[in-house]
Design a protein around this ligand. Structure first.
Ligand SMILES: *Cc1c(COP(=O)(O)O)cnc(C)c1O
Length: 368
């Protein structure tokens, strides 16, 4: 059988082991150390965010964001329904209630339905978690305007969209707080990791306090409230520093991969790639498309027969049994995308010939 082609495997820069060795030399193995600060600094200088906090996952960074905003029992939190569960689990950790909002033709959250959801909410929602899906920007300017007018906090789930921009401004820096992920399949990886960013120093200071067991600044161990153990280790941060050095190259390659698929499949009118909204440049984390006249699940099986990993699009949150009793303002858009969509292998180490090979299998299926 031919070598396996994965969806989005880790792609090391080559510098990681050198930096890990430095961590070992210094013996600052864990928990914190110089590389954690350096990783936070590189994120700040790349994205323009004023403050950053490295965490063990993006899920915990989102949890910290909700704690910082004092979201608790019975509060409502708006969220994109078309997203990954890690985006919204923290709402449940806080005993708050999600209100899911459907996508529009951008595949990301619909500003129109967002307004409707605010209006329909049993009480004023405290925050919105907006996902920039598959590395492509949501209509973030409209979304910020709507939420500002209503006094609703905005948390950007930029787990998939590090380096994407809207009008030249980086994903994750529009809202009150933003979150990036360095999980194994993301555009950059530290094997597991996250980052919380904000221009508000109080938010990041408070998140730092909560992420390190909420220890009071006394010589002995004094605790007035409960916290978490959510910080990133120095070893993983050293991998992150090496990965950040190649972020621009990775984005360039992700976009090339998307363009190659689009060119190879250009004669098919019954497929549609995820759009890029006006004014934005996505990182094209995954090349995703919808098939209008074929069953994507059949195509996934076919690709699997050739040892190629592909996946359905995210199953919307409002269709998950977990959320069957929660409010959802939906019009069928994300449900249709889920039924028709597929994520294609988009690893940045893939060769052009791999993409041609995969495209030819897709063409075979579409022609059958
Ligand atoms: C990966 C992902 C997360 C969770 O990130 P972790 O670092 O694995 O916790 C959250 N939201 C979205 C949209 C993701 O893709």
């Amino acid at each position: 059988m031919s070598k396996r082609i994965f969806l989005s495997p880790p792609h090391m820069s080559g510098k990681e082991q050198e930096y890990i060795a430095k961590v070992f030399e210094s013996n600052y193995i864990a928990p914190l150390g110089e590389f954690v600060n350096r990783f936070e600094d590189t994120i700040k200088s790349y994205t323009g965010a004023k403050y950053a906090l490295a965490t063990n996952t993006a899920t915990s960074a989102l949890h910290l964001a909700l704690r910082v905003l004092d979201i608790k029992d019975g509060d409502y939190v708006l969220a994109s329904t078309f997203t990954f569960i890690g985006s919204v689990n923290a709402i449940l950790y806080q005993n708050a209630k999600p209100i899911f909002v459907d996508s529009d033709s951008s595949w990301n959250i619909s500003p129109k339905l967002l307004k409707k959801a605010i209006y329909k909410s049993p009480k004023k929602p405290k925050a919105l978690i907006v996902t920039h899906l598959y590395g492509q920007m949501a209509k973030i300017d409209e979304i910020i305007d709507i939420c500002k007018a209503e006094g609703i906090f905005v948390i950007e789930d930029s787990a998939e969209s590090l380096g994407a921009t809207f009008n030249g401004k980086e994903s994750g820096t529009f809202g009150d707080m933003g979150v990036y992920s360095f999980n194994g399949n993301k555009i950059l990886t530290t094997s597991g990791g996250g980052m919380l960013v904000s221009d508000n120093q109080e938010y990041i200071d408070r998140a730092k306090f909560l992420s390190t067991q909420a220890k009071e600044p006394t010589l002995y161990y004094e605790h007035k409230e409960y916290g978490y153990n959510y910080r990133m280790s120095n070893i993983l941060a050293s991998i992150g520093v090496a990965q950040m050095e190649v972020l621009s190259d990775r984005i360039k390659r992700k976009r090339e991969i998307f363009n190659l698929y689009r060119d190879f499949l250009s004669s098919y009118k019954n497929i549609e790639f995820m759009p890029e909204i006006e004014g934005s440049v996505g990182n094209r984390w995954l090349t995703t498309l919808i098939l209008k006249e074929h069953n994507p699940f059949e195509l996934i099986k076919k690709l699997q027969e050739h040892n190629i990993e592909s996946r359905p699009l995210w199953k919307p949150m409002h269709l998950q049994p977990l959320f069957k009793n929660d409010i959802a303002i939906v019009d069928g858009t994300s449900e249709e995308l889920f039924k028709q969509g597929i994520c294609l292998p988009s690893g940045t180490a893939m060769l052009d010939s791999d993409i041609e090979y995969i495209s030819n299998i897709i063409i075979e299926v579409l022609d059958a």
